[in-house]
Design a protein around this ligand. Structure first.
Ligand code: MRU
Length: 344
């Protein structure tokens, strides 16, 4: 992916988002000028991925200030608009963390808000670069294969599109590839919205990284047949005990890795770690509309009488996570509690 292509970018007066619903067939940018437009973009997954919605939410404070100026809002009305951005999706904690960080400078005005949002964006790219290197070092040692490059599996999209740049789990894979250490990536297609087959595969093509797209249901079998050396995934929220919410289907990958005895690595910035949430049971899992499951490309595929169950995320118990890589290094979690000193 060319370095200059950014999922989230501030134009000076509006937010430019790469429309991730149009990829891989069309690379289009949506210009967001107001709070309603941003909430809609987050909810329809025009912008998606925990760190990317965090960055979009950070700039959302600036959008609210500008809209408030145009429309004569009181400070309270502007704050209420920011609260709607903060609540646009419930699972990824990055959205709340980044909005709150920027809101701490609300009283200082637009320039301060924009400076903080830009810092959020810059620091996310730096964090991703750091976790890419730490994760690659750790994985090479952990897998212990010395005579060939690695076969890795990933779920959903965690690349430049899902972040402010470079990527988390996909950042580790990009780093491994840069070191000549990737034989092939198994990219789970990611039902029902196909972030894997549409977005991860698109990024892997840009990077020239060999890959297969496979159905989510193929992942466990591929792992148990011994065709994968390690799985690397991202996260939307990590509870204090290491339980990890990520795209629905992730827990099945983790169970298969545990059974096969291969590493299951979670890559996420510390902005995804939520020490205020004790366990995965306390994480709010977004339930999305039934039509995403019952229809295919707008055409009903399930019987008219069927109901759909569409949780967007699931929780992988901390005991199944072999390692958590953040911008500060790798934690090998054995269950229980993440060391807070590493994460604060
Ligand atoms: O519904 P999405 O596409 O926003 O879900 C994204 C994921 O689950 C990612 O794995 C996670 O946000 C990490 S992105 C670096």
């Amino acid at each position: 992916m060319p370095q200059e292509l950014r999922a989230v970018d501030w134009t000076g007066s509006s937010l430019a988002l790469i429309d991730q619903t149009a990829l891989p067939h069309r690379t289009e940018t949506r210009e967001i000028r107001d709070v309603d437009g941003l909430v809609d973009a987050i909810q329809r997954l025009v912008v998606r991925g925990a760190p990317a919605i965090g960055a979009a939410g950070a700039y959302g404070v600036a959008l609210a200030l500008l809209q408030g100026e145009r429309e004569g809002w009181s400070a309270e009305e502007t704050q209420a608009a920011v609260a709607r951005v903060r609540a646009a999706r419930p699972t990824a904690v990055n959205l709340m963390v980044c909005v709150d960080r920027v809101m701490a400078r609300f009283d200082e005005g637009l320039d301060a808000v924009l400076a903080e949002a830009a810092a959020v964006q810059r620091e996310d790219v730096e964090a991703n670069r750091a976790m890419g290197a730490y994760g690659a070092d750790w994985l090479v040692k952990k897998v212990g294969v010395v005579d060939r490059p690695l076969r890795v599996l990933t779920h959903c999209n965690t690349g430049a599109l899902a972040t402010a740049g470079w990527g988390t789990a996909l950042g580790v894979i990009r780093e491994l590839h840069a070191r000549g250490l990737v034989e092939v990536v198994y990219a789970d297609e990611t039902r029902p919205l196909l972030q894997g087959s549409r977005l991860t595969a698109w990024e892997l093509v840009q990077e020239g990284i060999p890959h297969y797209v496979q159905a989510d249901g193929a992942a466990a079998g591929t792992i148990l047949r011994g065709e994968v050396d390690a799985a690397i995934v991202g996260a939307d929220r990590i509870a204090a005990n290491g339980d990890t919410a990520n795209k629905v289907g992730t827990v099945g990958v983790a169970l298969a890795c545990a059974d096969a005895g291969i590493p299951f690595l979670v890559a996420a910035p510390t902005t995804t770690v939520d020490l205020a949430t004790a366990t995965g049971a306390d994480i709010h899992i977004e339930l999305r509309g039934e039509d995403e499951i019952l229809e295919w490309s707008g055409v009903r595929t399930a019987p008219a009488e069927s109901r759909g169950h569409n949780p967007a995320f699931d929780v992988t118990p901390g005991r199944l996570v072999t390692g958590l890589v953040t911008e500060r290094g790798v934690l090998e979690i054995s269950v229980g509690e993440l060391p807070a000193h590493h994460l604060r």
